[in-house]
Design a protein around this ligand. Sequence first.
Ligand code: AVI
Length: 337
Amino acid sequence: MQIRTTGRARDRLEIIRPEASEEDGTDSLASVVRRGLMHAPKFMPCRFLYDAIGSELFERICSLPEYYPTRTEDAILRDWAAEMVVGWAEATTMIELGSGSSTKTRRLIEAALQEYGRLHYVPIDVSEIILEQSARALIQAYPRLSVTGVVADYDTALRAIAGRFPGPKLVVFLGSSLGNFDDEDAVGLLRNLSETIGPEDRLLVGLDLIKDAAVLEAAYDDAEGITAQFGKNLLRRINRELGADFDLDRFGYRARFEAARHRVEIHLVSLRDQVVTIPGAEMVASFAEGETIHIENSHKYTPELIRELASRSGFIEEESWTDPGNLFRVQRWRPRD
Ligand code: AVI
C-alpha cells in the first residue's frame, strides 16, 4: 500500500492507494468485452460506463429535470442530516463508498462537525482525480475536518481500511449506487461490510423507491438524450481503447422498468444486422437486428424490499427518512448482533 501526504494542509489530508488482490475483479476492458459480447444475451458490466466522458455525462444526468434521485436525496439530507449523524454513539469517523465529488455528503459533514466539533472523513472512489480534488476542497472549507482518501474499488478499500479506524463510524452509501448491483452482489458487498464494522458502527444507505413506470423510464431516457449518450459512450470507449469500429448511429438505446425484477433495465439495441471488429479484444462480434447489449440495471425498492436486503446482509433497519412525494428513501442500519 502506498501512502502519500499532500499539499499545504499536510497534516489533515492523506491519500492511500491499496493494491487490488486477484479476487477483487479488476478485469481489463478487453477481457470483459470478450466475455460479455460472446455471451448470449450480450452484456457489459456498468462500471465501464464511467470513463472521463461517461463521468461528465453522469454529472449532467444528475441535474436533468427527469432524473429526480439526486435532488430528492439531497433534499432529504438537507432536512434530516442532523438526525442522521446522531443517536447511537459519537461517530467522529465517516466512511463514504463511491464518494465522487462528495457534494451531497457536505450536508452530513457539516451536521457531524456541528455535533462533534471534529470529523475524520474517509472517501472511497476509483477516480483518483475527483477524489483528490474534492478532498482538497473539503479540508480548505472545514478546518476541523481531516480526510483519508482511498483510491480503490469497494472490496479492496474495505479490506485495506479494516481495523484502521476503530472508533464508532458512520459508513455512507448514497445515490442509490447499491441499486446498480444485482441482488446477490449487493448482499455480497454488504456482507463484506457487515464483517468489517463493529457493533457501534452504522450504515447510511440511499435507495430509490418503486414508482410509476413512466416516471422511472423517463428518468433513464430523458428528452434531451443525455442518458442515451451516456449509455452509447460505452461503444465509443471500446472504439477508442480497443480500436473497434462500432458505428454509434447503428445502435439505439432502451430503458424499461421490469416490475418483476424491480429494476430499470438498460440496453443498447442493434438497429440492423451488423458485424463489428474489436482488435484489442481479438474478436469480431455479430449482431442481429434488434439484438441488444444489456449495459445496466438500476434496482428500485419498497420499504419491505429494503428491510429484506438489510436482513439478508447482516443488518437491521434503525431509522429511515423519505421525501414528501415518497420518491427516495435514506435509511440507517445497524449490524445484527
Ligand atoms: C449511479 N447510479 C445510481 C445511477 C442510477 O440511477 O442507477 C446510474 C445511471 N444510469 C443512468 N442514469 C443514471
